[in-house]
Design a protein around this ligand. Structure first.
Ligand code: C2E
Ligand code: MG
Ligand code: MG
Length: 588
């Protein structure tokens, strides 16, 4: 072994100086080695230790010599290493490698990779030569990296990898004990809106605060993990469950609901939680089932706990298919835009059109917005669809010379579009490229969307208004905006929701609500459009209450571009068309 250290022709030169000279040279090499080098006799006592070894042990060389080499090992490693040394002693010339911990007299623990060689039968050595390299730093780095790779950097919570590892172990215990483990899949509601409103720093703060609260509800046997974004998953240990996993989920939802203070703003968060339990499926299956149940909770209106049942599987497949189909629809331009006239109640002339999207699905036929808008909103594809609808509508509006006819074009914007970073650029570019007059364009945003984060929405709406377009608050009456908010939100038009208009003629309460909505609009000097007018009696009541505009099947259903074009061509060049009553309603 020593020969290897010296190497080549130099060995011969050293040997020529005689054995004493050779060992003197070799001991100088050992003295200066940064690695530990010790010689142990067959009784386990130290015969030689180099300075690197004595520094590691924390004792002077002369004090180390003659003591038991094992005494410097970490107590947990001592028995194993002794056993391995004894094995090595039975193998003349044999080597043994190991990773061992040494403890210095000052109690510092270092990790060494050692190579031991049995030279007991070599008369010049008569012992075990142990060579050791300090790998403490490398090991620390390794365990840090390991820690990082298993934890989420933002919240410090375990990540998916660690979750699966723990869950698999727990699942095999559960199978043995005939119990079931549960998985909760938690997704914060409307997190995207909060994140956009608060900025990413505030969004991060919210995630950390929410994860702390959730962790406080759990028992130490349960495991809360972050799967990414605003998705958290809890592994519920059956042993810790004094009540059901559903109750635990409800408790989590409850602690999230009390307000958070982020960046001086008070924010109230809810979550949609899916629960799946069992011992038969794999961990991946349980996660997927809890995820499916979480989606059901979202679809059922968010802020609730839903437990997985097998029938949900088909629903999940349908949803996936819808996403795949929507992607294709965007690429292959399967959307068509229909237009519904908006009427001036006093003279029943048309004042504008609302663009309403339809999807010509290759297998399912024509689909209404209700069949796909929510899904497109969830996965963000609504931003692309919205852009397609806006461009197609503006192109038609220019071709039909709506501005010259004194008609407006209304286009719906969804929540996701309103918070999209590209919205302003999209609207600006489409207006410029189609040449449509901005003041003839009305963008409709539902009251619920605006009220979800009224402050953020107000800023966004101002920016839109700066482009010269007008704004309408859609489905007004359903989103609980107060007078004080309405005052600061820069809208020009309120569209009274169809649900109030529907009951207008036979429900005094509905009539009273419509009256107060109209009063509110008038107080704020806003234009009013009643949606979903189907009957003459409803129109009469609206007229009595001095609502100025209406939209509904009584006048016209949403029409295909072809039908609408024909109607416009037939009309005189000024105000496009007149709607005398039911008989005059074009159908589509
Ligand atoms: P909305 O903006 O409130 O549009 C009015 C809806 O009421 C339309 O349904 C229209 O067909 C329907 N409607 C109009 N008059 C009557 C009536 O007298 N009786 C009844 N029962 N219904 C009437 P549609 O076209 O199915 O659209 C539903 C919703 O989908 C829209 O409500 C809007 O929120 C959304 N939407 C439609 N197109 C788009 C779009 O391009 N982008 C986005 N983001 N959302 C859209
Ligand atoms: Mg609308
Ligand atoms: Mg509406």
């Amino acid at each position: 072994m020593l020969e290897l250290v010296a190497g080549g022709g130099r060995t011969e030169a050293l040997r020529a100086n005689g054995a004493a000279g050779f060992f003197a040279a070799m001991s100088t090499v050992a003295e200066h080695s940064a690695d530990l080098l010790v010689l142990i006799d067959k009784d386990g006592l130290l015969v030689y230790a180099n300075p690197a070894a004595s520094a590691l042990f924390g004792v002077a060389i002369e004090d180390a010599i003659g003591t038991s080499a094992i005494s410097f090992l970490h107590p947990d490693d001592a028995a194993r290493v002794t056993r391995r040394f004894l094995e090595l002693l039975r193998l003349p010339g044999g080597t043994m490698t190991d990773t061992v911990r040494f403890v210095s007299t000052s109690h510092e623990v270092r990790i060494l990779e050692i190579v031991s060689t049995n030279c007991v039968h070599n008369p010049e050595v008569e012992g075990l030569i142990v060579n050791g390299r300090d790998i403490t730093e490398r090991k620390l780095l390794e365990s840090e990296l390991m820690e990082q790779s298993l934890h989420d950097a933002l919240t410090g919570l375990p990540n998916r990898t660690l979750f699966i590892d723990r869950a698999e172990r727990l699942l095999s215990l559960a199978r043995r004990d005939q119990t079931a483990i549960s998985v909760l899949f938690i997704d914060l509601d409307n997190f995207k809106t909060f994140n956009d409103g608060l900025g990413h720093h505030g969004g991060d703060e919210l995630l950390v605060a929410a994860s702390r609260r959730m962790n406080n509800v759990l028992r130490s046997e349960d495991l809360l993990c972050r799967f990414g974004g605003d998705e958290f998953v809890v592994l519920v240990n059956p042993r810790s469950l004094d009540s059901s996993a559903e109750l635990l989920a409800l408790r989590i939802n409850e602690v999230l609901r009390s307000p958070f203070q982020i960046d001086g703003r008070v924010i109230s968060v809810t979550a949609s939680i899916g629960v799946a339990s069992g011992r038969e499926p794999s961990v991946e299956d349980l996660i997927r089932e809890a995820d499916i149940a979480m989606y059901q909770a979202k679809a059922a209106g968010k802020n609730q706990v839903v437990t997985f049942v097998p029938q949900m599987e088909t629903l999940a497949n349908d949803r996936l298919q819808l996403v795949i189909d929507l992607q294709r629809a965007i690429e292959q331009d399967e959307f068509v835009v229909h237009f519904q006239p908006i009427i001036d109640i006093r003279d029943r002339s048309m004042t504008g059109l609302e663009a309403l999207v339809r999807w010509d699905h290759p297998h399912r036929g024509r689909l209404a917005p209700a069949d796909f808008i929510t899904s497109a909103e969830e996965n963000g594809m609504i931003v692309d669809i919205g852009r397609i609808v806006l461009r197609a509508s503006c192109e038609k509006a220019v071709r039909w010379r709506l501005t010259q006819r004194g008609l407006t074009l209304a286009v719906n914007l969804s929540a996701r579009q309103l918070s999209s970073a590209t919205l302003l650029d999209d609207v600006r570019r489409i207006l410029a490229e189609t040449g449509f007059e901005p003041s003839s364009l009305v963008l409709e945003i539902t009251e619920t969307t605006i009220m979800r984060d009224a402050d953020a929405a107000t800023g966004r709406l101002r920016e839109l208004k700066d482009l010269g377009v007008r704004l309408a608050m859609d489905d007004f009456g359903t989103g609980y905006s107060s007078l004080s908010y309405l005052r600061q939100i820069p809208v020009d038009i309120l569209k009274i929701d169809r649900s109030f208009v529907a009951d207008l003629h036979d429900s005094p309460e509905a009539a009273a609500i419509v009256r107060s909505l109209i009063d509110l609009g008038k107080t704020l000097d806003l234009e009013l459009i009643a949606e979903g007018v189907e009957l003459e009696v409803q129109l009469d009541e609206l007229e009595r209450q001095r609502c100025n505009m209406a939209q509904g099947f009584l006048f016209a259903r949403p029409m295909s571009p072809e039908d609408l074009e024909a109607m416009l061509e037939a009309a005189p060049s000024g105000k496009a068309a007149s709607f005398a009553g039911p008989d005059a309603s074009p159908r589509s």
